[in-house]
Design a binder for this molecule. Sequence first.
Ligand code: XMP
Length: 517
Amino acid sequence: MNKKTECILIIDYGSQYTQLIARRIREIEIFCLVYPFHKITKKLLNKINPSAIILSGGPKSVLDKKSPSLDKSIIQLQKPILAICYGMQLVTKTLKGKVKKSTFREYGHTLVDIKKKSLLFKGIKGNKLKVWMSHGDNIQKIPKKFIISSNSQNKIISSIENKKDKIYCLQFHPEVFHTDYGSKIIKNFVFEISKIKDKFVIDSFINDKIIQLKTIIKDKKIICGLSGGVDSTVTAYLLNKAVNKNLYCIFVDHGLLRKNEATEVERIFKKKFKNNFIKVNASYIFLNNLKNISDPEKKRKIIGKTFIEVFEKASKKITEVDFLGQGTLYPDVIESIPFFEGPTAKIKSHHNVGGLPKKMKLKVVEPLRELFKDEVRKVGTKLKISKKLLMRHPFPGPGLAIRIPGYITKEKISILQEADFIFINYLKEKKLYDKIWQAFVVLLPVKAVGVMGDERTYNYSVSLRAITSVDGMTADFYMFTNSQLKEISSRIINNVKGINRVLYDFTSKPPGTIEWE
Ligand code: XMP
């Protein structure tokens, strides 16, 4: 990052909404960094030199002996502070106010009465606010020099502030979409209270990054795994701008890609990177290793391991390589830092090339590790990558393997590819593709009886999955109209041999996940 750019430091106490805070800040083009509370040291604070600090919520209670605490040095920095939920209770406890256990949990939509004029609430119409709450403790006594600026309908203190020291605390979550004026409250903290002016500009990010990459890589060689997805594509284009001929891109075709995808990726990137683009056709190896495997986690592990082996073998053909370029994004960076005693609950083993460097003794370069997906797309647009590539729906590393619950066979892959192709083309044709965050077909391990013409059929069932989301962390299923569903279903059944039933997946995330495995 450009050293001059102002930065907001978000201290994470384990809230499920911390990433959302970061997103809200980035959306208003201000740079921010998230660090878990146990990583905060004086040295780090000096290095970041934040212009303002946000304390996140968290699952613990400040009344518990072992709960995360607030280092006084953070307050002593005398920077503006916005403390949310657990953060508010932490500030209260640290500054000698009192927090007590509530007799009930204030959760979900709650009405708040604004009692005092506050810079934080500037521009809000009226004095009633619908907000999102999620807490079990509450403030019994506020610290000295603070005032109460709002109460909830349940007579619980919802916000306090010390205007002089610029410490603002909220019991509710302004970062959550369900809080009315939530973004406005965050903007007020950033611009009205913290007076931050420096915008995080994509052009200067690109220029700074290229200079930085040139300085690090110099005239050495760098290899990069290319999948044709947004992250690896933008990484490769950026690296190419910095080191040009010293970048080698390896594309592993694991045979689990969408219809025509491997040929498309090869066509585009061969043109761009010429002989520095290396395609490895490894579908046979992957399929063989996945034979008779139906357990989702085993599938993921096998694909990850096979990917490493194939990639390593291919990379040996390029001699004297020092660096490995990876398309790691900021959400991956935040998520990979373990919280509390151990790592947070693992839902699925995500497949990426994370296991590569240790074995291959390469230095890792991650030019996008400070960015969110939408920012990566902006970088891609500036680098003149086609909209078609940049706006493509996300596609998981293990590919179609995790969209075929049960055993994987060549036949199943090609049935799924056909059905998926029809579904996606329908969305494009009806201009629905860009409204939907991700859509795909899942081939179920279920055969059903049907009738086609006068013939009995006994074929596979598929499920359509289409979701709306901001970042894939939570998602809602997309609501097609009856006639749209009817048309998609009949197009698939009439055109794909092997399918005689189409179902629709009406599951949000949570409780479901986006992929089926
Ligand atoms: P889930 O299924 O966890 O998916 O709700 C969230 C998003 O992540 C994508 N996904 C992956 N991406 N490697 C990836 O690069 C993976 O192993 C992987 N698994 C899921 C998924 O497509 C969705 O966009």
